[in-house]
Design a protein. Sequence first.
Length: 320
Amino acid sequence: MAGTTRRSFGRIEKRTSGRYRAAYVGPDGRLYRAPLTFDAKNDATAWLSARRAEIEMDVWAPHAVGGAAAKKSIPTFEPYAEHWLTNRKTQGRELKPRTKEHYQSLLEQHTNPTFGEMRLDSIRAEDVNDWCDVVAPGKDTTRAHAYSLLRTILGTAASARPRPLIPYNPAQIRGGGGTKPVHKVRPTSLAELETIVENLPARYRLMALLAAWCAMRFGELAELRRGDLDLKTNRVRIRRAVVRIGGKPTIGPPKSDAGVRDVAIPPHLLPVIKHHLKVHTATGKDALLFPAAGGDHMAPSTLYKVYYPARTKAGRDDLR
């Protein structure tokens, strides 16, 4: 033994091999050691922190960590991640289709190639750090999303009940899931908005105006129907949005809980709305306000074809 570090909770021993062993005294007065040694002292510290948290939350189960039989049942990362994705819920609700599709893409393109065939308990902090240094080069947002997903999946494995699959979460990069905005977009002036609207085909003009004045996203506008407009109270009810999953439109709730809202319609838009309903919208409360040529939901690419030239006319090629 090369040395022992005493702590307020537990102790860390540096072995002659250079690796670290963590141990602590449980609420029952018995000494418990980590089922494996660690390459880095920080990993041993993280393991002790996890055990201390379990004790404080009254979910401590020392028998759940370690054991040869338990190790044999520990899966590799790829099948575990697939199971996690299938069964994942947030606030008791299943993942939205678009979110699930995004996570699946991150796993297939960025995470599974490195960790897919590794057993969960063999993934070390150094492995995560090395991977994060090279994954998705030049794509900071993608790298942050991939790391956050990896950290969450491994965190689930570390806190699984009744038996954790791994003794601690090896994804411990401070700020690894954060990104900085590439640039901030300056809002349009009234003159720029007027130029954009004037250079759009007639059936797209209300879409641009509602986006600007009522702060509506494309998916919310593409799913907006005649019955969602209340012209007696001058309000638009936003209850749904449409996203494209595998190229097909999928209707669901707005992007967040806060997205379900009623928005006041500015008085100067009312004549434009009434004209649009009369000329460009079919009858019936379920008629889409901005349908594609075939009557189905408009695809983003359809709007881009007319929007990009219009924003260029306004000198605002930076606008989303």
